[in-house]
Design a protein around this ligand. Structure first.
Ligand SMILES: NC(=O)C1=CN([C@@H]2O[C@H](COP(=O)(O)OP(=O)(O)OC[C@H]3O[C@@H](n4cnc5c(N)ncnc54)[C@H](OP(=O)(O)O)[C@@H]3O)[C@@H](O)[C@H]2O)[C@@H](O)CC1
Ligand SMILES: Nc1ncnc2c1ncn2[C@@H]1O[C@H](COP(=O)(O)OP(=O)(O)O)[C@@H](O)[C@H]1O
Ligand SMILES: [K+]
Length: 594
C-alpha cells in the first residue's frame, strides 16, 4: 500500500528531517537531482553515454534548484546542457541559489521569457527537456506566454517533440500537486520523477494525463508510517492508494486471505454471509442481476435478488446459483429482513426513480441501523472530529457470518495496516444509482437515515445530485494552489453523510467519515478505460455487497472491491462488457494465490 502525500505533508517531512539535523536541504536537493539523472538513465539506457543534449528550464523556487543540480550532473557526465531561468537569480531560495552558482561554474544561465525554441539557441535538437519550473510550490496559474503554452502542451511524438523526451521534476509544472487540477498552461511529460512519495496530484484528475510515467526516487527521508515521519500525521489526514500494483497485493492478500478464503473445516454457506440485491420491475432487472453475480463471485455465501412479483419470471429465468424471491415495496422488504441471516443489501441498480425507491431505501436503512446505545444513525457525522485520530479497531459486533481469523504475519512492508475506522455494524447497505438519485431533491432525508454500515457509490453525476455545493467547489476551475481536490470532496461528503463514500471514476476515491481515505487509480499501468461500459458500476456495487456479506468493514469492502474490479478489467482486457467482470474474478483470485 502506498501512502500519498500532499504538498504540506511533503514539506513537513522535509522540515522535520532538516530540523532533526539528519540532513540538510542542500543534501536533499542534491539527492533529488541525482535521482532524476538515475531515473532517465534507467528508463532510457541509450542516454547513459556522453553524446547527448539537454535543455533545463528552471523556476524561481527549489524545484528550479533541482533543475540546476540535474544540469550540473549531466554536464559533468559529458552532455551538452543549456539552462534557462524563469525569475530573478537574486531572489532564488538559499539552496537553489547555491546550485545556481555551482552550475554557473560550468555554464551560462539564460533568462527565460517563454522562448526556449528561439532560433539563436545553442543546443539544437536536445534529447531531453527538463521541466524544473514549479513543483509542489505552485500557487497560481502558470502564464509564460503563448509560445511556452504551445510547447508545453504539444503531444509526445508529434512533429515538434519528435524524439525529444520531456521529463518533469517532481510534478509537471502547471499541475496542482494536491488536486491534479491544471493551473494555467501545463507541461506535458513523458516521465515525471518525484521524491519520497507520490503526490495526490499524480493520481487525481489530469495527473495521469500530464505526468507520463511517474518514478518515485528515495532521497533518504524516513519512510513509512511507523518511522515517525508519517507518524506525525493522524490517520484522518492520510491517503493510501493502489498506485503500485505490487504493493497493493499486500493489502488485498491480507484481507482476501483471511476473509475471502476462510480456512475452517466447519464453514458452510451461511458463514459467508447472505446478500440481498433489490431489483427493478420487468425489463429493468439486468442491473440487479449484474450486481448479484458480482456479489456471488466475490464470495458471498448466498445471494438473493428481491424483485417485484411482476418481474419474478424474468429474473428466475436468467439466474441459477443466484436465488430470487418476490419482494414488493417497503413492507415486503421489512418482512424479508426479519431473516437476520441477510447481512448485506444492495439497492439502486435498475430500481427506478419512483416513490417506491425512496420508501425501500428508508426501510432498508431502518432495518439495518445498528441498535443499542450510541449507535443511532448519523453517529459518525455528529461525533466526527477531523483532527482526531481514527478510532482504534472496536470489537466486531455479532454477525451471521463467522468471525474472520486474525490476519497472519504481514509480508515485509514499510506501512503497517491502518486501524479500522470504527466497529462494523452487523448489517450493511450499499446504495448506488437510482437509490441515490431519488434523493436529489432532499438529500438530508437520506443523510438522516444513513449509518456507519452504509456505502454510497456515486459517479460524478450522482455525487453532484447529493452534494451540489461540494461538487461545485470541486468542478470550479482552479485559480490558486493547492486546489480543492476529489479527496477533499469525498472526505467532506463522507463526513456529511456519516458513512463510507466511494466516488467513482478512473480516480476512484473512497473516504470514511473519520477521514480515512484511499484512491483506487485506474491509470498508468492500471489504466483500463474499457471499464467505462454500461453496467460495470452495477457489478462494482455487487462486489462491495459481497465483501460486506463476508464481514469486511465498509471502508475495506469498498476499497478492496474497487481494486479487484480494476484487476478484473486488466485481466480481461479490451472488449470487456459488464458481464465479464464477475466471471474474471476466479482468475484474478488465482493470480493472487488464493
Ligand atoms: N529542501 C527542499 O526543500 C527540497 C525541495 N525539493 C524540490 O523543491 C520543490 C518545492 O520547492 P518550493 O517550495 O520552492 O516550490 P516551487 O515549486 O519551486 O515554486 C515556488 C516558487 O514559484 C513561485 N510560483 C508559484 N506559482 C507560480 C506561478 N504560477 N507563476 C510564477 N511563479 C510562481 C512561488 O512564488 P510565490 O507564490 O511565493 O509568490 C515561488 O517563488 C519540490 O517540488 C521539489 O522539486 C527537492 O529538492 C527535495 C528537497
Ligand atoms: N476511464 C475509466 N477508467 C477506468 N475505470 C473507469 C473509467 N470510467 C469509469 N470507470 C469505472 O467504471 C465504473 C462505471 O460505473 P457507473 O458510472 O456507475 O456506470 P454504470 O451505471 O453503467 O454501471 C465505475 O466503477 C468507474 O470507476
Ligand atoms: K516541475
Amino acid at each position: 500500500m502506498t501512502e500519498l502525500l500532499t504538498a504540506a505533508q511533503m514539506r513537513a517531512i522535509e522540515q522535520a528531517a532538516i530540523a532533526s539535523g539528519e540532513v540538510t536541504g542542500l543534501e536533499l536537493m542534491e539527492r533529488a537531482g541525482r535521482g532524476v539523472v538515475e531515473a532517465i538513465f534507467e528508463e532510457w539506457p541509450e542516454l547513459a553515454t556522453t553524446s547527448h543534449k539537454a535543455v533545463v528550464l528552471c523556476g524561481p523556487g527549489n524545484n528550479g534548484g533541482d533543475g540546476f543540480v540535474v544540469a550540473r550532473l549531466l554536464k559533468e557526465w559529458g552532455w551538452e546542457v543549456e539552462v534557462f531561468l524563469y525569475g530573478d537569480p537574486e531572489k532564488l531560495p538559499p539552496d537553489a541559489k547555491v546550485n545556481y552558482e555551482r552550475w554557473g561554474e560550468l555554464g551560462e544561465t539564460f533568462a527565460f521569457s517563454g522562448t526556449f525554441y528561439h532560433p539563436e539557441r545553442r543546443v539544437a535538437y536536445p534529447d531531453v527537456f527538463f521541466d524544473a519550473l514549479f513543483g509542489i510550490g505552485l500557487t497560481r496559474p502558470v502564464d509564460l506566454g503563448e509560445e511556452y503554452a504551445d510547447t508545453a502542451e504539444s503531444v509526445p511524438g508529434d512533429g515538434l517533440r519528435g524524439n525529444l523526451r520531456h521529463v518533469a521534476i517532481d510534478i509537471p509544472s502547471g499541475l496542482c500537486s494536491d488536486s491534479g487540477k491544471v493551473l494555467g498552461a501545463p507541461f506535458l511529460a513523458d516521465m515525471t520523477v518525484t521524491f519520497h512519495g507520490f503526490k495526490h496530484g499524480h493520481l487525481l484528475d489530469f495527473g495521469p494525463t500530464l505526468s507520463g510515467k511517474v518514478i518515485c526516487k528515495d532521497i533518504g527521508l524516513p519512510a513509512g508510517v511507523g518511522s515517525g515521519a508519517f507518524g506525525n500525521f493522524p490517520y484522518s489526514d492520510r491517503v493510501t492508494s493502489a498506485f503500485d500494483r505490487e504493493l497493493q497485493f499486500d493489502q488485498v492478500m491480507r484481507l482476501a486471505k483471511t476473509r475471502v478464503k476462510t480456512p475452517h473445516d466447519d464453514v458452510h454457506k451461511y458463514t459467508h454471509g447472505h446478500a440481498l440485491i433489490l431489483s427493478g420491475g420487468p425489463g429493468k432487472t439486468g442491473a440487479a442481476r449484474l450486481a448479484a453475480r458480482g456479489a456471488l463471485r466475490i464470495g458471498a455465501g448466498l445471494v438473493t435478488v428481491g424483485c417485484p412479483q411482476t418481474a419474478l419470471w424474468e429474473v428466475a429465468s436468467q439466474v441459477t446459483a443466484i436465488m430470487c424471491r418476490p419482494l414488493d415495496g417497503a413492507p415486503g422488504l421489512t418482512e424479508a429482513l426479519e431473516d437476520e441471516r441477510i447481512n448485506a443489501l444492495c439497492l439502486g441498480p435498475g430500481l427506478g426513480l419512483g416513490a417506491d425507491t425512496q420508501a425501500l431505501v428508508l426501510a432498508a436503512l431502518k432495518a439495518t441501523a445498528p441498535r443499542g446505545p450510541g449507535s443511532s444513525p448519523g453517529q459518525d457525522r455528529s461525533e466526527h472530529n477531523p483532527a482526531a485520530p481514527a478510532p482504534e479497531p472496536g470489537p466486531r459486533p455479532t454477525s451471521t457470518a463467522a468471525p474472520a481469523p486474525e490476519p497472519g504475519p504481514r509480508p515485509a512492508s514499510t506501512t503497517p495496516p491502518a486501524p479500522e475506522p470504527g466497529p462494523r455494524p452487523a448489517r450493511a447497505v450499499v446504495l448506488d444509482a437510482d437509490a441515490l438519485t431519488r434523493f436529489e431533491r432532499n438529500p438530508q432525508v437520506l443523510f438522516d437515515a444513513l449509518h456507519q454500515g452504509c456505502v454510497l457509490t456515486p459517479h460524478a453525476g450522482e455525487f453532484k445530485r447529493l452534494f451540489p455545493d461540494i461538487a461545485e467547489k470541486l468542478d470550479a476551475p482552479a485559480t490558486t494552489g493547492p486546489a480543492y481536490s476529489k479527496v477533499d470532496a469525498t472526505r467532506e461528503a463522507a463526513k456529511r453523510a456519516g458513512c463510507t463514500i466511494l466516488f467513482k471514476g478512473p480516480d476512484t476515491v473512497i473516504a470514511h467519515p473519520s477521514g480515512q481515505c484511499s484512491i483506487n487509480s485506474s491509470a498508468y499501468e492500471r489504466a483500463a478505460p474499457w471499464l467505462a461500459t454500461a453496467g460495470s458500476g452495477d457489478v462494482l456495487s455487487g462486489m462491495i455487497t459481497g465483501l460486506l456479506a463476508r464481514g469486511l468493514h465498509p471502508f475495506d469492502a469498498a476499497g478492496t472491491a474497487a481494486w479487484l474490479h480494476t484487476e478484473c478489467a486488466l485481466s480481461f482486457g479490451p472488449g470487456l462488457i459488464a458481464e465479464d467482470i464477475p466471471e474474471e474474478l476466479p482468475k484474478v483470485f488465482r493470480a493472487l494465490g488464493l
